[in-house]
Design a protein around this ligand. Structure first.
Ligand code: URC
Length: 287
């Protein structure tokens, strides 16, 4: 017997740029992915599409909703997720993932420009999930590249016959932070929460004297949870962007920690979750 298993569908990566034309222009630059699930057996099994809200409509809804303003990405995601479930009879769960590309206003001779921006590093993310009763929100950052030129050691690790890595008490530590944090409820102060969580990730990276990227990961998640009561869980993925000291001896030169080769692959990938004790379980593991 063969049967239909779990399924979902939606429109991936709807690119939306909204211009707010106030005293000074502001832009919101988003990449929105909508994912719907529910009673979709008919379309898969018989070709009856009467319960399918087209992905094209989902894309149109993103643009139409943006006409009233976007607000914080978490709010936009929640609005859309609730709309899809509340207005489509077959749909029982919606997940909306919003990636927000950051733009910084250009300053000219110290003055903020009226309508000119430069793309900034790091993407803000928000994922809102709604099942008709409960909503969950996860916020985060991606591609936030950071580097410490010292204050990082790695030694005392397990060795076997294939281990060649030298122990070090001083190395460059660099990573591109991908972090997601789960909110306890749906009324967090989204903008402040994001700004602060991001700042605490950076502060913990800068201030931790690291004995491994794993230890740094834990310090980053812990610092966010200690300072932000509305958050209950932080998940981090940290690629170890290795910097190898170049051997300059063949040229008769020493290299006292000054000249490095920045390798791009392979890279260590350190992943982990830091949780508040007694954090409410998430009903849906839709991160
Ligand atoms: O911080 C590190 N953690 C590791 O697990 C590891 N493994 C490795 O080769 N270098 C490093 N660095």
């Amino acid at each position: 017997m063969i049967k239909l298993g779990v399924n979902q569908y939606g429109k991936a990566e709807t690119r939306l740029v909204r211009v707010d034309r106030g005293d000074r222009h502001a832009i919101t630059d988003l990449n929105v992915t909508t994912t719907l699930a529910g009673d979709l057996d008919a379309t898969h099994l018989t070709g009856d599409n009467s319960g399918v809200l087209p992905t094209d409509t989902q894309k149109n809804t993103v643009y139409a909703f943006a006409r009233d303003g976007v607000g914080e990405p978490e709010e936009f995601g929640l609005r859309l997720a609730r709309h899809f479930v509340d207005t489509t009879p077959t749909i029982t769960r919606a997940r909306v993932r919003v990636e927000q590309y950051r733009w910084e206003r250009i300053t000219v001779d110290g003055e903020p420009a009226h309508h000119s921006f430069a793309r900034a590093a790091g993407t803000r993310t928000a994922t809102a999930t709604y099942d008709g009763t409960t909503a969950w929100v996860v916020s985060g950052v991606e591609d936030l590249t950071v580097l410490n030129t010292t204050g990082s050691e790695f030694h005392g690790f397990h060795r076997d016959r294939y281990t060649t890595l030298a122990e070090t008490t001083d190395r460059i530590l660099a990573t591109a932070v991908s972090a997601n944090w789960r909110h306890e409820s749906t009324d967090s102060p989204w903008a402040e929460s994001f700004r602060d969580a991001r700042a605490h990730l950076l502060a913990a990276f800068a201030e931790t004297h690291s004995r491994s990227l794993q230890q740094t990961l834990h310090a980053m998640g812990e610092r966010v949870l200690r300072h932000r009561d509305e958050l209950v869980e932080v998940r981090l993925a940290l690629p170890n962007k290795h910097h190898f000291l170049v051997d300059l001896e063949p040229f008769g030169l020493d290299n006292p920690g000054e000249v490095f080769f920045a390798a791009d692959r392979p890279y260590g990938l350190i992943e982990g979750t830091v949780l508040r004790d007694g954090a409410p379980e998430e009903g849906l593991a839709w991160w």
